[in-house]
Design a protein around this ligand. Structure first.
Ligand code: DMJ
Length: 570
C-alpha cells in the first residue's frame, strides 16, 4: 500500500470512529431538547404576559379582566354562587398574585417571588367582611400560601437570608383559623360559605359539594404539620371520614349534600364538577401523609369509578345508589383524570382517555365545558372554555411517565390554541362560546397557577429534578417529606385497577415512569418509602431487581422489555 492510500485509510478510520463517538453522545442527549427549550420559552412569555397585565391593571384585586384591562374581586364570587352584595370594605386579596407564587419559583424568578412575598407580608389581611367559598379559598389562597412558605424556607435559599420570617405561614394560619367555624356542624361537614370576619352567617345555605368536603386535607393537613396545631388537619379529616361514611353500597358518592343533616341532595355523580378533587385528594393525601386509610378509601373509590362510570375511554355520570347511567357527558374538568391515573400507574387507561380529550380539543380548538356524548353535540349553554388547565395537566403527567414525544406535540397544540384564540393585548381571556370563539372578560387565577405551570413543566421539568413533590388540585407543589408520614407505608402490590384479570399470566404493558423513581445514586431525595431499583439505569431481569416508587409507595416491577416501572397488569 502506498503511503498516500494508507493515509486515506487512516483518515476514513478516524472519520468513522469520531462519527460513532458523535452519534453516541448525541443519541444520549434528549432528541427533543431544542423543541423543549423553544416551547418552554414560549410558555414563560405567556405566563409573563398574563402576570404583568394582572399586576399592571388589576393588582391588588383578585383577577384581571383582560379585555377592559380592569379587575374583578372574584374570591367572594367563586363557586358559581353569587354574593347578594359585595361589602364595601372588601377590596380583593391579591388572589392572582398568591396563585402566581409557586409559578414564579418554578420559572426561577426569585426576585419577583421575593417582591411578592414582601408585599403580601406587609399588606394582606383576612380580617375583611367577605363571604368566601371555603373550597375555593382553601385550594387557591391557603394552598398558595402554604406552598410558597415551604418554597421560601427549603434548603435552596431562594430568599435572601433574614428577609423572610414566616409571614406567609402566619397569614395561612390566620386564614385556617377563620375556616374553622365552618366545620362546626352536627356532621362535621363544613359549610360551603363563610364570612372571613364574622364566621358562618345567619341562614347560610347548608348545601355543599363532595369536593367542598373532601378536598381540604392537603392544605389543612400541611398547615397543621407546619404550625403544630392539629385543629386544621383534624377538621379536614373528620369531614372526609364523614363523607366517606356516606358512600353507597357501590362505593359511590353523590355530588351535593346537606352539611346539617348529612343527607345527599344530588345522587348523580361522575369524575367532574363537584367531585373531581375528592378522588385526587385521597391518593395525594396518601402520598403526602402516608396514611393507609386514604389508600384504602382511594382503592375502593377508584375501582367503583372504573366499574360504574367508565365506558371505554369515556366517563359518564351515574346514580350512586343504583350505578345506573344518568348523564352521558364529557366535561372539561374530567380531563384531570388521566393525570391522576398516572400517579397510580394505570397508564394504559390514562392514555386512552387522554386521546379522546385531545380529539375533542382538536375538534373545537379548545375544550368545551360540556359535550353531550349521547347526542355528539355541545351542551346548549355550557359552550365556554375558561382557560382551564386539566388537559395540559394530564399531558404533563403522561409525558413524565412515558417520555412519548406525542405528548409534547399535544402540549404545543394547546399552547398554539391558547395564543391564537385567547391572547389579547391585556392578557388571556376566557372563551364564552367555542363555536365562534367569542371572548369573555376574565383571566382566571388558575391560568397562572396551573395552565401555564403544567405547560411549562411539560417542556422544562428542571424544577422537579431530584425532588419529590405532589401538586395540589390548584397546582401548588408540596414536598413529600418522610417527617410528615405517620408511618412507613407498606410497599403496595401491583393491582389491576382497570379491568378484571382473566388470563393466568397477566401481560405487562404501558409505560415506565423513570421520573417518579429517582436516580439510585441520589440519596438526598426525600421519600418515606423509596427503595431504589438495583440498577441506576432501571434495567432489570426480574421483579426483585426493582424497588419501591418514591411517590406512590407502590412496588415497581420488571417489564417484558426489561425496565423497572409502575406497570399496569392487563
Ligand atoms: C381549579 O381551580 C382547580 O383545578 C380545581 O380543582 C378545578 N377547577 C379549576 C380549574 O379548572
Amino acid at each position: 500500500m502506498s503511503s498516500g492510500s494508507r493515509g486515506t485509510w487512516v483518515l476514513m478510520f478516524l472519520v468513522i470512529i469520531s462519527s460513532m463517538f458523535i452519534y453516541n453522545s448525541v443519541s444520549k442527549l434528549d432528541p427533543y431538547s431544542v423543541k423543549k427549550k423553544r416551547m418552554s420559552e414560549k410558555v414563560r412569555k405567556m405566563f409573563y404576559h398574563a402576570y404583568d397585565n394582572y399586576i399592571m391593571h388589576a393588582f391588588p384585586h383578585d383577577e384581571l379582566k383582560p379585555l377592559t384591562k380592569t379587575y374583578t374581586d372574584s374570591l367572594s364570587e367563586l363557586g358559581n354562587l353569587k354574593l347578594e352584595h359585595l361589602p364595601q370594605e372588601y377590596n380583593g386579596s391579591a388572589l392572582s398574585l398568591i396563585e402566581s407564587l409557586s409559578s414564579l419559583v418554578i420559572l426561577g424568578n426569585h426576585t419577583e417571588f421575593a417582591r411578592a412575598v414582601l408585599w403580601l407580608s406587609e399588606n394582606l389581611t383576612f380580617d375583611v367582611d367577605a363571604r368566601i367559598n371555603l373550597f375555593e379559598c382553601n385550594i387557591r389562597v391557603l394552598g398558595g400560601l402554604v406552598s410558597a412558605h415551604i418554597l421560601a424556607t427549603d434548603s435552596t435559599n431562594r430568599l435572601k437570608k433574614g428577609t423572610y420570617e414566616n409571614q406567609l405561614l402566619d397569614l395561612a394560619e390566620d386564614l385556617g383559623q377563620r375556616f374553622l367555624p365552618a366545620f362546626d356542624t352536627p356532621t362535621g361537614l363544613p359549610y360551603a360559605w363563610i364570612n372571613l370576619k364574622y364566621g358562618v352567617m345567619e341562614n347560610e345555605i347548608t348545601e355543599t359539594s363532595t369536593s367542598g368536603c373532601g378536598s381540604l386535607i392537603l392544605e389543612m393537613g400541611a398547615l397543621s404539620r407546619l404550625t403544630s396545631d392539629p385543629r386544621f388537619e383534624n377538621a379536614a379529616l373528620r369531614a372526609l371520614r364523614k363523607l366517606w361514611s356516606m358512600r353507597s353500597s357501590l362505593n359511590l358518592l353523590g355530588t351535593t349534600l346537606d352539611v346539617e343533616t348529612g343527607e345527599w341532595i344530588e345522587h348523580s355523580s361522575g369524575i367532574g364538577a363537584g367531585v373531581d378533587s375528592f378522588y385526587e385528594y385521597l391518593i395525594k393525601g396518601h402520598i403526602l401523609f402516608g396514611r393507609e386509610e386514604f389508600w384504602r378509601m382511594f382503592q375502593l373509590a377508584y375501582l367503583a369509578v372504573q366499574k360504574h362510570f367508565r365506558h371505554g375511554p369515556w366517563y359518564h355520570e351515574a346514580d350512586m345508589r343504583t350505578g345506573r347511567a344518568t348523564f352521558w357527558q364529557l366535561t372539561s374538568l374530567q380531563a384531570f383524570w388521566p393525570g391522576l391515573q398516572v400517579l397510580v400507574g394505570d397508564i394504559a387507561a390514562a392514555n386512552s382517555s387522554h386521546r379522546e380529550f385531545v380529539h375533542v380539543w382538536n375538534k373545537f380548538g379548545v375544550l368545551p365545558e360540556r359535550y353531550l356524548l349521547d347526542h355528539q353535540m355541545l351542551h346548549p349553554t355550557e359552550k365556554y372554555y375558561p382557560l382551564r388547565p386539566e388537559l395540559a395537566e394530564s399531558t404533563f403527567y403522561l409525558y413524565q411517565a412515558t417520555k412519548d414525544p406525542w405528548y409534547l406535540e399535544v402540549g404545543e397544540s394547546i399552547v398554539d390554541s391558547l395564543n391564537l384564540y385567547t391572547r389579547v393585548e391585556g392578557g388571556y381571556a376566557s372563551i364564552r362560546d367555542v363555536t365562534n370563539m367569542e371572548l369573555e372578560d376574565h383571566q382566571h387565577s388558575f391560568f397562572l397557577s396551573e395552565t401555564c405551570k403544567y405547560l411549562y413543566l411539560l417542556f422544562n421539568d428542571s424544577f422537579l429534578a431530584n425532588q419529590n413533590y405532589i401538586f395540589t388540585t390548584e397546582g401548588h407543589p408540596l414536598p413529600v417529606l418522610s417527617s410528615w408520614h405517620e408511618k412507613l407505608p407498606e410497599a403496595y402490590i401491583l393491582s389491576n385497577f382497570t379491568s378484571i384479570k382473566s388470563e393466568e399470566q397477566p401481560k405487562r404493558s404501558s409505560a415506565m415512569s423513570l421520573q417518579i423513581c429517582p436516580d439510585a445514586k441520589n440519596e438526598s431525595v426525600e421519600s418515606a418509602c423509596h427503595i431504589a431499583d438495583t440498577s441506576a439505569d432501571h434495567r432489570c431481569f426480574a421483579d426483585e431487581d426493582c424497588g419501591v416508587d418514591s411517590t406512590t409507595c407502590r412496588r415497581r416491577s420488571c417489564s417484558m422489555a426489561g425496565y423497572c416501572g409502575l406497570w399496569l397488569l392487563i
